[in-house]
Design a protein around this ligand. Structure first.
Ligand SMILES: CC(C)(COP(=O)(O)OP(=O)(O)OC[C@H]1O[C@@H](n2cnc3c(N)ncnc32)[C@H](O)[C@@H]1OP(=O)(O)O)[C@@H](O)C(=O)NCCC(=O)NCCS
Length: 188
């Protein structure tokens, strides 16, 4: 796996020693609210850092001046391989949200995917209630392709009943990514 760099960030593979920084955000209710998992204990975060260090789908996003891990991206090829479709995901420490870091990291990963991995299509999914997530996707020029109702649930309510959620599906084709880059170049 490559190591990628942007103006402010380094994108690299997880390392077993990332447990502490990972815990800083996986332990927060507001960060994991829309994730399929709950808040992590310190032990669980350390185990998760170790697991992710062996899973190339996870990219650690770090500040390039201090090296601090501030979030992660998820970028996984979908089956079958020859469809050349990849799923994008992201989770950032809430102390480092609202700074454009997630968009900067995703843009770099999309560029890497479309130029080096021969990707044809990128997809992403989020809960319509998760406005920061779909706003980010639209900032990245992904197109909303559908609004699916009550697709699943990750958590139960206080009575133990499933909290069904809807899903927005987003997509971006390689040719759309290319033309959005051309438009941006023409504007400058
Ligand atoms: C989804 C998530 C990654 C979005 O993070 P984010 O920081 O809002 O996204 P961006 O990197 O695009 O930052 C955009 C914000 O930074 C602001 N910003 C500040 N400085 C900036 C800069 N130098 N460059 C760009 N944007 C900047 C923008 O104005 C924007 O603020 P706004 O949302 O108030 O308009 C984040 O909310 C998160 O991790 N949530 C918890 C996990 C989660 O739900 N993941 C998704 C599951 S589907």
């Amino acid at each position: 796996m490559e190591r990628l760099e942007t103006e402010r960030l380094i994108l690299r593979r997880f390392q077993p020693g990332d447990g502490e920084d990972l815990h800083e955000y996986l332990s927060r209710k507001e960060v994991v609210k829309f994730e399929p998992y709950g808040v992590h204990s310190e032990t669980e975060s350390r185990a998760e850092a170790l697991r992710r260090s062996e899973d190339p789908a996870f990219w650690a996003v770090c500040l390039n001046d201090s090296g601090k891990l501030i979030g992660n991206l998820y970028f996984q090829q979908q089956m079958p391989d020859h469809f050349r479709t990849w799923e994008l995901g992201y989770v950032f420490n809430n102390e480092f949200q609202g700074c454009g870091y997630a968009a900067e990291a995703c843009r770099k990963l999309l560029e890497y995917g479309f130029t080096s991995l021969q990707i044809r299509r990128v997809t992403a999914h989020c809960d319509p209630d998760n406005a920061p997530s779909w706003r980010l996707l639209e900032r990245l020029n992904l197109r909303r392709e559908g609004h699916f109702l009550q697709t699943g649930y990750f958590k139960n309510d206080e009575q133990g009943r499933p909290k069904w959620h809807d899903t927005y599906a987003y997509g971006l084709l390689e040719k759309e990514w290319q033309s959005s880059r051309t438009v941006k170049r023409d504007e400058n």
